[in-house]
Design a protein around this ligand. Sequence first.
Ligand SMILES: O=C([C@H](O)CO)[C@H](O)[C@H](O)COP(=O)(O)O
Length: 432
Amino acid sequence: MSKVDPNKPIIQVALDILETDRAIQIAKESLEGGADWLEAGTPLIKSEGMDVIRKLREAFPDKTIIADMKITDTGAMEVEMGAKAGADIIVVLASADDSTILESVRAARKYGVKIMADLISANEPVFRSMEVEKLGVDYINVHAGIDQQMEGHDSLSIMKEVVRKVNIPVAIAGGLDAASCAEAVSAGADIVIVGGNIVRSSNVTASAKTIRGSVDSPSTVRSMKVSKDEEIRAILETVSTSNISDAMHRKGAMQDIFPMREGKKMVGTAVTVQTFKGDWAKAVEAIDEAKEGDVIVIYNGSRHVAPWGGLATLSCLNKGVAGVVIDGAVRDIDEIRKIGLPVFATCHVPNAGEPKGFGEINSEIVCGNQTVNPGDYIVGDDSGVVVIPKERAYEISRRAKEVEKTEQRLFEEIRRGATLSEVMKLKKWEKH
Ligand SMILES: O=C([C@H](O)CO)[C@H](O)[C@H](O)COP(=O)(O)O
């Protein structure tokens, strides 16, 4: 049961933005959507220093402001800094030494502010939550960090245990959306801390309103359980190959592979085919090996003889294959376009070669200068094709989604009249 006000859980919006002026604007839009508390996120504090707390205090004199300083040492000195800059609540890492937490609590009492202990990466988080309560902290935040979220961690199951063990208000953070906010509040969270799903959306006010609705009426929110593969595919359908390449530190794109028909998105898992110039047998046999939702990825290497054409494309359509990628040529381009299956290739040419039978299906290949293994996720769109190694598919798809959300907000700010370099403060962030 909530310890603050069971009928009105608090929405704390985490301003994980790098510039004060953008953070203030996003804070304003979040408040209009029903957010309650404003958090100067750790990246914002690192980028702008304590001045951002002063500016937030100036802009929002009546609002509760949290300084997410994640204090690890010199508790008294840092709490004093946060308090004097205007914060109401200061965040200390629960994994910090007891001496640091005690000093933070003592300083907080002296300056009339509160302490929130963040359980991010704490060993034995449930036990530590009881310890830090005894040390005098005012709030506990059960938190899956952003990097941890990308690998599939969430904080809900731990939070459910923590709320039963402590008597102080409990916050939860870590990639929360409307569904997980509702679940957290139903399980007893007093404060939901939401970053990306509010601050990086193109319509911050509408996103905050959606979260407000789910937090105030959690029983009306439905969540659907899906498999990891379904989750990965669903995310990949919504992001672009450029988002994915950004998420992979600007890697993963196949070279010299182009869509044979634009406007066709392709998402699937690889069936790989190693073929040889002038031989189309293995490429076509791979259609029988492929399952619904697979992408056939072929290395052929010839720009003059095509191992693929219209008949093979139609066979793929019948089997529910998601698309085809060929490091090499295709033919029957008019038929391929009519059939509508996404096909990506180096070029097109009328010659077909012969079905000789050399090569291999489902071994590691290199296609478009990228290594592809069977089962890797392959995404294609008008910009080209990217390969996501299957071992990192969940993480990369989540990171690509974050890239896409960040861009949505940048698009919105550019629509309002700024240029890209202005929004990104490009000069300031050039490498020195
Ligand atoms: O505290 C946070 C993180 O460690 C970066 O500073 C985030 O503010 C917190 O996780 C909430 O953000 P989302 O996970 O994006 O909702």
